[in-house]
Design a protein around this ligand. Structure first.
Ligand SMILES: Cc1ncc(COP(=O)(O)O)c(C=O)c1O
Length: 1014
């Protein structure tokens, strides 16, 4: 398979029964293989025989058979490639797309063609978080562009490379404000925020001590009631850490952001402005850096609409920014998420690298300020490309078109009776809220019959509205043609009688002080410039398409093209999350079906599809535990047991849920599993205060916790609950019944086991399954199937609330569902079995040359991954050659890059470990080549250790000086030119064609040349 193949450029379409695929699947060998397993039956037999087994089922012989599912699973049979394509296309056709004026929480704009092009660059879309900067400059530069673009639009110096969505970004800004203001945990919220995001904030803040007060809106102006600001007592003002307000607000009106920001500054309250980046182009709204006298302190927002169509509400793209200049520097290190900085490599070349990671959960564990891990990286990549294609002028022009459409409708309404603009001053340039005496349900229904999604009923968003009146918000964009606007006007004319008098004396001009004064200056680049540039960026990365991508714990498996195609079908991608239920049947069916599949896969009773990443799934789990205990009147259960080797998100999650002091570490025994002796001591100490336990299974050393059931029973006995971190489900999916195991909640990372592309760091996704006791507490909406075969939704009776203002990362559910249809009941256990077989095969081939961790268990059966390390002799040999022990493993990681592979996971969960996970995607020949390379690396370590000092040698840049990049943070630059790019010294695909011995000698020679050795 060629790397970075650009599918968007392909012409040969393949016609199926009812669909056209934009690519020919037979050109992509992994795409057509059954269950996406490339190894042949013969390969599998040989690999089994190499490890002394005869059948795949024997791989699980060390697990209690009572915990295993009887086979076949009670799940649907697999379907052929083309049947799946037809089926998914038929489901998408259940959606009704109409001329839509629904925007509200998720405005909808045209996305430029470059977005589609970049989405299909596999080396960008399928690669992992850029932890290895020498082989990830492609991803790093795309994120850099996003950071710089949002920085220019907002004026904020520090923009992170995304959080999940706007509501999560607001919550993170709130917790930052609390930490940095050193006041109390009281927060003032404008009631004019979106109600759905307020619900998310309430859900996230439960049991954390954060308290929200609200500033009501004024019915006449549609803005915060500014008179109320003077009614706060001095005591209140002393306590508020932050005030959160929107620009534009949820009623479609501009807030007086100067007044609000100055109010904050006057009272030492941190200001958090919720913004829409699309409105900040040339001629648009003024940037948050200019709010009030000194600008807002933090910004939060969403940029999904800059990157992709609505996708039924997700993946979103949470914007988060803070100030970072000579006056304000200290906030940055208190903020969550990833930042990209400019850096130099060891040869002084310019490059980019992730900075500030010492604040992140994988380092600080429970002291981390957030549990966010996977972010929305690929959406940031796309949003960056979209902005470069439109330029800030293009954004301004788009808003101007929407504004002309708005004006036209206002003029038409002026001649009608019984309908009028609800607010007369400073309306959003792209939205209009109308007030009418007609019932909103009748109006929306009639509009629907006329082929129009008219807008959103927002009457509930403001107090004091006469019960006979309704407010409907209409959104305009550059997607609306003249005909669309005319059809809306005709509809209104059919509903309301005309008047000749004209009923409005409204000042619809936006006051100058709300508008941008200075140009943003982001130029627009041509499609040719951008396709060439992004094509080159892709070549700087590697993809799991190209060969084994051995990052342990991350499950870098092949991501089927069919899934991406399915997610892009109009009946999924163009559906707005707030459209009427009759018109969203396609998405609802996918969500319903996937709910049912995951009940079968886990053996558990309830599912939520709302969480957008593994870490968020963990938080859902712990909040469910809290709700369950509190429902029993039990308020003292505040301790969580977590194995020391767990992923950093587990600890950070417990802290975020309100237990920073309630984490109890569980120790491991010599077999690398939970030490039962230690566990027993702790459970007797914390028993009646125990909220629950969080265990990764198989654990992060790739070993199945054979005492899991015993531990779960003891936790239940003590009244606690059991969370299983399911990041490693790819070893046991369809094999182990989690209900038998005693699991109460588990997350399934869709971007690992279930083939969602990693996107250079996200979007991830997580489906959480729960036991019967937690079903009534589930968050978000449960999808139900009605007797007539249609779908609807309901809120569980004691729901803990909502973690996302829409339906989660819906686009990813389509991908995972498409994958499941291909796997069927036989494919799921086969996928897990081959993943385990591949790992065990590699382990067998490598264990004689490398030491393995845990040290005492070289014979213990590994599951889907394993950890290699060096002997003490190797380490001291390296030390004698100037490579300190603590740098040896990361430096060995760089050698993998020289062989054309990505590095394994280095230094997690064991500081001296290389964690390798091959997945089920590769043939025996590919695995054998990988083994050859890993053995060649061992030769180098033993015979030519000096090589490590200058590795990597073939990547576009030499080793990056991360220390200086962190010390001298450079977080943005002008985008008046495209950032210059380095070139591959030898491309990964060229390396893949070379003989391993040949690569080895070239590396050694190059190392000698670089280091001046003879
Ligand atoms: C074991 C484990 N748990 C949790 C997570 C967090 O998942 P996410 O990145 O989707 O938030 C990861 C991610 O790598 C993981 O490996």
């Amino acid at each position: 398979m060629e790397s970075g193949k650009v599918l968007a450029n392909r012409v040969g379409k393949i016609s199926l029964k009812s669909v056209n695929l934009p690519f020919d699947p037979s050109e992509f060998p992994r795409e057509k293989s059954r269950h996406y397993i490339s190894a042949t039956e013969e390969d599998l037999k040989d690999m089994l025989s190499e490890i002394g087994l005869g059948e795949l089922s024997q791989l699980f012989g060390h697990i209690d058979p009572n915990l295993l599912f009887p086979h076949p699973l009670s799940l649907p049979e697999e379907e052929s490639y083309f049947e799946v394509a037809d089926k998914i296309s038929e489901i998408s056709n259940l959606s009704n797309l109409k001329v839509s004026f629904i925007g509200d929480q998720l405005p909808v704009w045209k996305t430029p063609p470059i977005v589609d092009f970049v989405s299909n660059l596999r080396n960008l879309s399928t690669s992992y978080t850029p932890y290895q900067p020498e082989r990830s400059q492609g991803t790093l530069v795309t994120h850099w562009i996003y950071q710089c673009a949002i920085s220019h639009l907002t004026g904020f110096e520090a923009i992170n490379t995304s959080l999940y969505d706007r509501s999560f970004a607001i919550y993170e800004a709130i917790t930052c404000a609390i930490r940095t203001s050193r006041k109390s945990s009281r927060i003032l919220l404008a009631s004019s925020l979106f109600p759905q995001e307020i619900e998310v904030l309430k859900t996230l803040s439960r049991e954390t001590g954060i308290r929200f007060d609200f500033l009501d809106s004024n019915l006449d102006t549609g803005r915060c009631d500014y008179n109320l600001l003077s009614s706060f007592t001095i005591e209140d003002l002393k306590q508020y850490s932050a005030f959160v307000f929107p620009q534009v607000n949820s009623l479609g009106v501009l807030e007086d952001v100067d007044l609000l920001t100055n109010f904050c500054e006057d009272n030492q309250i941190r200001s958090i402005a919720c913004i829409d980046p699309f409105l900040l182009g040339e001629g648009g709204l003024k940037p948050p850096v200019e709010f009030g006298r000194s600008g807002a302190d933090f910004i939060a927002g969403d940029a999904q609409h800059l990157a992709i169509p609505p996708n039924f509400g997700g993946p979103g793209l949470g914007i988060f920014g803070c100030r970072h200049n000579n006056e304000k520097k200290s906030d940055l290190r208190n903020t969550p998420g990833r930042y990209i900085g400019q850096a130099k490599d060891m040869k002084g070349r310019d490059c980019h690298v992730m900075v500030l990671s010492t604040r992140e959960q994988h380092i600080r564990k429970e002291k981390a300020t957030s549990n966010v891990c996977s972010n929305q990286a690929f959406l940031a990549t796309l949003a960056g490309a979209s902005i470069l294609s439109q330029g800030s002028k293009g954004l301004g022009e788009a808003v101007e078109i929407a504004n002309r459409n708005q004006q036209k409708v206002i003029d038409a309404i002026d001649l009608l009776e019984g309908i009028e603009p609800a607010f007369t001053e400073n309306n959003s340039p792209t939205e209009l809220t109308i007030r009418t005496n007609k019932s909103s349900s009748v109006l929306l229904h009639n509009a629907r019959s006329a082929g129009i999604h008219f807008g959103i009923d927002i009457s509930e968003r403001i107090k004091g509205l006469d019960s006979s009146e309704t407010l409907i918000k209409i959104s305009f964009s550059n997607l609306h043609s003249e005909e669309c606007i005319d059809s809306l006007i005709s509809f209104l004319e059919s509903e309301f009688p005309s008047t000749t008098s004209g009923n409005s004396n409204a000042k619809f001009q936006i006051e100058e002080r709300y508008l941008r004064k200075q140009s943003v200056g982001i130029p627009a680049y041509t499609d040719e410039e951008l396709t060439e540039y992004y094509g080159k960026l892709a070549e700087l990365n590697v993809s799991p398409d190209d060969g084994c991508y051995p990052l342990g714990s991350c499950t870098m498996k092949y991501n089927p093209l069919l899934n991406d195609w399915a997610a892009g079908l109009k009946g999924f991608a163009e559906v707005h999350p707030q459209a009427p239920v009759e018109d969203i049947q396609g998405p609802l069916k996918v969500l319903y079906e996937i709910q049912e599949w995951f009940k079968g896969i886990t053996g558990l009773s309830g599912i939520t599809t709302q969480p957008v990443a593994g870490a968020q799934g963990e938080l859902v789990g712990i909040k469910l535990f809290q709700a369950y205990h509190r429902s029993k009147g039990d308020y003292d259960r505040k301790f969580i047991l977590i194995p020391r080797s767990a992923h950093g998100t587990n600890f950070a999650t417990a802290a975020m849920a309100g237990y920073p002091d309630g984490i109890v570490y569980l120790e491991a025994n010599e077999q690398g599993k939970i030490d039962l002796h230690d566990f027993t001591k702790k459970i007797s100490k914390y028993g009646d205060q125990l909220c629950g336990v969080m265990i990764t299974n198989p654990n992060t050393s790739g070993i199945f916790e054979t005492d899991f059931k015993k531990i779960a029973d003891a936790v239940h006995q003590a009244g606690g609950l059991v969370y299983m971190d399911g990041a490693n489900m790819n070893a046991i999916a369809g094999i182990v019944n989690l209900s038998e195991l005693g699991v109460d909640a588990v997350h399934n990372n869709l971007h690992k086991t279930w083939t969602i592309p990693h996107g250079g760091g996200g979007p991830g996704d997580a489906i959480v399954a729960v036991s019967e006791k937690l079903v009534d507490f589930l968050p978000g909406k449960q999808i139900i199937k009605l007797h007539d075969g249609t779908y609807d939704f309901e809120i569980p009776t004691h729901s803990i609330g909502s973690f996302h203002r829409n339906w989660g990362n819906f686009g990813h559910k389509v991908r995972a569902y498409t994958y499941l249809l291909r796997l069927g009941q036989k494919g799921i256990p086969r996928m897990s079995s081959v993943a385990v077989l591949s790992a065990r095969y590699l382990f067998e081939k490598l264990k004689d040359r490398y030491h393995t961790l845990s040290t005492k268990v070289s014979d213990s059966p590994r599951m889907h991954e394993f950890i290699l390390t060096l002997s003490e002799e190797d380490f001291s040999n390296l030390e004698n050659h100037g490579i300190p022990k603590n740098q040896a493993i990361p430096q060995i990681g760089k050698l993998f890059l020289d062989f054309g592979f990505h590095a394994p996971t280095v230094a997690f969960p064991e500081i001296f470990g290389l964690m390798i996970e091959p997945t089920e995607s590769y043939t025996k020949k590919e695995l054998d080549r990988f083994v050859e390379a890993v053995l060649a690396i061992k030769d180098i370590i033993e015979d030519a250790p000096f090589v490590l000092k200058s590795a990597p040698h073939f990547t576009p840049i030499a080793r990056v000086d991360e220390v200086s990049a962190n010390r001298n943070l450079r977080l943005h630059e002008p985008l008046d030119r495209l950032p210059p790019l380095p070139h591959n010294r030898i491309s990964p695909s060229e390396l893949m064609r070379l003989d391993v011995d040949e690569i080895k000698s070239r590396i050694i020679q190059l190392a000698k040349d670089t280091q001046g050795l003879v």
